[in-house]
Design a binder for this molecule. Structure first.
Ligand SMILES: Cc1ncc(COP(=O)(O)O)c(C=O)c1O
Length: 408
């Protein structure tokens, strides 16, 4: 008998079956509990420096000092977040095209890039329930889950050619050419996760033309701006899409390029055909925010805005992003060279052509398991490696171990 006098038959929670753990975060947990001092983590997408640490950027520390000194209130932000942050986001996205696009673009500050994707999903489901969202095959493993939670039907288009470790451009385009008007196509703005393979600029322009001609809505997931070829260079594909298509959704994340993982800062930017249509669409986005988390956390946005609105901090931040990108790229080269040194016959030089934190190593699930069990080297089952988890210090052991499982 409970307090209301109603007979309780059984505990409600007792009936629950254990939830399936998140594949990647589950490995992070296992890594944390591994007592081997030589353990190596190439799983979760977090940048690490030469010392294997995920540092707080110097520009972030300086911005935080200023914010603490000047902060007068912790009152709620608007549902769409800080308007100054929104302007900063659009300047980063559109570069020189900012003036012409900002009039019909509206930005909503969100809790991380994941928050932006979820708000976009809720917006699509409520406003365009018939639309199917097309994901690259493969894609970031969280994409299907986020859009399933938002009740958005998803399907996939070809993207990666495993034999040549490169883009299956013909397969991708021929699939996009069959899609019905009003469907939505998710594209990774740069540094495709998990493959590290991006379209060339010419290919971006062809993709943009197909999206425009078929009346498809592009949804660009932009989580790694600055990690590919540079802050401006990495936005070139997105800008080609915005030049061709009147309507675009863009989900930005500042977790990686500002190293603000736990401050949860991202943005959803919508571009419409007219300013009036942009305002109407934004009204519906606001409703989705209101019933989800009401309004966003302030701190991460204040940091990004403080850095980018100060000439000297902004220039230092560009330097810090350049350093992260350069280190990852150097590790790509060192990994390929060290594997060759260890007698691995398979050619890993394709890794040097890929961009961002991730690449597919081609290791089988069995080889991945052996590496984890025998060497405490953690790689996700698909063989995706986070190159940013490699350092000059762990490279020898890593490559020797991989050579071992490859039978070199
Ligand atoms: C492709 C992609 N999109 C979005 C995100 C989300 O980033 P955030 O941590 O800002 O939610 C990630 C993070 O790993 C990602 O890899």
């Amino acid at each position: 008998m409970n307090q209301t006098g109603i007979q309780q038959e059984a505990s409600m929670f007792e009936q629950l079956q254990p939830a399936k753990p998140d594949a990647i975060l589950g490995l992070t947990e296992a890594f944390r509990n591994d007592s081997n001092p030589a353990k190596i983590n190439l799983t979760v997408g977090v940048y690490k420096d030469d010392a294997g640490q995920t540092p707080v950027l110097e520009t972030v520390k300086e911005a935080e000092k200023r914010i603490l000194a000047e902060q007068k209130s912790k009152g709620y932000l608007p549902m769409t977040g800080s308007p100054e942050f929104g302007q900063t986001v659009q300047e980063l996205l559109f570069g020189d095209g900012f003036e012409s696009l900002s009039e019909r673009a509206r930005t909503t500050q969100t809790p991380g890039g994941t928050g932006a994707l979820r708000v976009a999903g809720d917006f699509l489901h409520t406003m365009f329930p018939q639309a199917t969202l097309w994901l690259s095959q493969p894609t970031w493993p969280n994409h299907p889950g986020i859009f399933a939670a938002a009740h958005v039907p998803v399907d996939t288009y070809p993207y990666f050619d495993a034999d040549s470790n490169s883009l299956d451009f013909a397969g991708m385009i021929s699939k996009l050419e069959t899609l019905p008007a009003g469907d939505v196509v998710l594209l990774h703005g740069c540094c495709h996760n998990p493959t590290g393979v991006d379209p060339s600029q010419q290919q971006w322009e062809q993709i943009a033309a197909v999206l425009r001609d078929r009346g498809l809505l592009p949804l660009i997931d932009f989580a790694y701006q600055g990690f590919g070829d540079g802050v401006q260079e990495d936005a070139a594909g997105l800008r080609a899409v915005c030049a061709a298509c009147d309507e675009v959704l863009i989900c930005s994340s500042y977790s990686k390029n500002f190293s603000l993982y736990n401050d949860r800062i991202g943005a959803l930017t919508l571009v419409a055909r007219t300013a009036e249509q942009a305002n109407t669409a934004l009204g519906h986005v606001k409703l989705r925010v209101r019933t989800n988390y009401s309004n966003p956390p302030a701190h991460g946005a204040a940091i990004v805005k403080t850095i980018l609105s100060d000439e000297s901090l902004s220039s230092d931040w560009h330097g810090e992003v350049d350093a992260m990108r350069t280190r990852i790229h150097a590790m790509r080269g060192l990994f390929a060279a060290t594997l060759a040194d260890k007698g691995v016959e398979q050619d890993f030089s394709f890794m040097k052509e890929q961009r961002g934190m991730f690449s597919f190593s081609g290791l089988s699930p069995q080889q991945v398991e052996t590496l984890r069990e025998e060497k405490s080297i953690y790689i996700v089952g698909s063989g995706r490696v986070n190159v940013a988890g490699m350092t000059a210090d762990n490279m020898e052991l890593l490559c020797e171990s991989i050579a071992g499982v490859l039978g070199a």
